[in-house]
Ligand binder design. Structure first.
Ligand code: HPA
Ligand code: ZN
Length: 337
C-alpha cells in the first residue's frame, strides 16, 4: 500500500490516544471566547492563538498553559473544554482515550473540584452514550506545585472517588523537582486503584527518566524520549514493558526534540513500546493522524505504524472491549471498505 493510502487508513481506523491534557485540547475559537469574556487582550482572534505555537522550551509552553488556565473562571468552563475534546475524539475516530484532568490546576484557580469534575464527567458521559468511544481519566498533579499539592489531589479522590479515573500522573516543569520528592505520593496509588504515569524525559535528560522509574515505578511515561541516550535505560524500558506516550509535534513546538533528530524510531527498533499522542492538540494545532504522518515521514515502516496503533490500545489501562485492536496495517486498510 502506498504511504498516502496507509495514512488514509490510519485516519479512518479506530484509534486510541493515551496522552492529552484537558486544558490543552481547547479549540482556538473557544480560547478567543474565554479571553473576550475575561476582558483579556491575550487571544483577540484565532490567528493570535495560532501565532503562539512555537515556544522557548518547555518553560515557554508552560507559560502559555498558565495564560490559558487563567481564563477558566467557573466549573462550566471545564465542561466547554471537555466538549471541545470529545468533538475532537469523534472527528478523529479516537475510540479510546486517556485524558489528563488536573485537580491541582482547579485548586490553583480557586474553583471547587466537585463541580469541575461533574461538568467534565457530564461531557464525557454524553460522549460515551453517543457510542463514539470510551474515555478514562488520568488525575494529574503539577510537578512544580510540589508534593503537598500532589497529595491533595489524591486526598480529593480518596474522599470522593471518580470512577472514570484509572491513573495518576505528574505534568508541569520536569526540571523543577526530582521524581524522588513524589515517592510518597506514588506509594498511595495502588490502594486507590490508580495506575502510575509520569511526565519525564521531555525537557530532562535520561537521568530524569531513570529517576522516575526508580522512585515512581510508572507503567507508562509521558514523552520519555530522552531515555534514548542511555542504552541500558532503553533496555530496561523494553524489558519492563514501560510504554512511552510520544508526542512529536509537541516536542517540535517546545524545541525539546526537533523532528529531524527525534529518537522515536530508535526507541521503537530497540523494542520499547511506543504510543503516539497529541499532548495538547488545541495549542499545538495537531491531530493524532498528523502525528502518524510525521512518524511515517521519519521512515517508520507499515509494520511499525501498525505496532504503534496497536500499542495505543494495549498500553491503555482500560482498553475497549468493543474496539479490539486490529492485528496489522492490512486490517487498518480493511476498515476503509
Ligand atoms: N509537559 C508537561 N506539562 C504539561 C504538558 C507537557 O507536555 N502538557 C500539558 N502540561
Ligand atoms: Zn503532556
Amino acid at each position: 500500500m502506498a504511504a498516502e493510502d496507509l495514512l488514509r487508513a490510519v485516519r479512518l481506523r479506530p484509534k486510541a490516544e493515551l496522552h492529552l491534557h484537558l486544558e490543552g485540547a481547547v479549540r482556538p475559537a473557544t480560547l478567543v471566547r474565554l479571553a473576550r469574556r475575561a476582558g483579556s487582550p491575550l487571544f483577540p482572534d484565532v490567528a493570535s492563538v495560532r501565532a503562539r505555537r512555537r515556544f522557548e522550551g518547555l518553560a515557554g509552553f508552560l507559560s502559555l498553559y498558565r495564560d490559558v488556565c487563567r481564563l477558566l473562571r467557573e466549573p462550566a468552563d471545564f465542561g466547554l473544554l471537555a466538549r471541545d475534546l470529545t468533538a475532537r475524539l469523534r472527528s478523529e475516530r479516537i475510540v479510546y482515550a486517556e485524558v489528563y484532568v488536573s485537580p491541582a490546576i482547579v485548586e490553583r484557580l480557586g474553583l471547587e473540584w466537585g463541580a469541575v469534575r461533574d461538568a467534565v464527567e457530564s461531557a464525557f458521559a454524553a460522549h460515551e452514550r453517543g457510542g463514539a468511544g470510551r474515555i478514562r481519566v488520568l488525575l494529574d498533579a503539577v510537578r512544580h506545585f510540589g508534593p503537598d499539592a500532589a497529595h491533595r489531589v489524591l486526598d480529593l479522590h480518596a474522599r470522593h472517588p471518580w470512577p472514570r479515573a484509572v491513573g495518576f500522573g505528574l505534568g508541569g516543569d520536569e526540571l523543577s523537582l526530582p521524581a524522588r520528592d513524589f515517592a510518597s505520593v506514588y506509594r498511595r496509588l495502588a490502594q486507590l486503584g490508580l495506575a502510575p504515569v509520569v511526565h519525564a524525559g521531555e525537557a530532562g535528560g535520561p537521568g530524569s527518566v531513570a529517576e522516575a522509574l526508580r522512585w515512581l515505578k510508572p507503567r507508562r511515561i509521558a514523552h520519555g524520549v530522552a531515555a534514548a541516550a542511555d542504552r541500558g535505560l532503553v533496555r530496561t524500558l523494553a524489558r519492563a514493558g514501560v510504554a512511552l506516550d510520544v508526542c512529536l509535534t509537541s516536542n517540535e513546538a517546545t524545541g525539546t526534540w526537533p523532528l529531524a533528530t527525534h529518537p522515536v524510531l530508535d526507541l521503537l527498533r530497540s523494542g520499547v513500546t511506543v504510543t503516539l499522542a497529541t499532548d495538547d492538540p488545541g495549542l499545538f494545532g495537531t491531530t493524532l493522524s498528523g502525528e502518524y504522518r510525521k512518524l511515517s515521514r521519519l521512515g517508520a515502516t507499515r509494520g511499525e505504524l501498525a505496532a504503534v496503533l496497536r500499542a495505543g490500545f494495549r498500553a491503555g489501562f482500560a482498553p475497549s472491549r468493543h474496539h479490539p485492536p486490529a492485528t496489522s496495517a492490512s486490517a487498518a486498510a480493511r476498515t476503509r471498505s
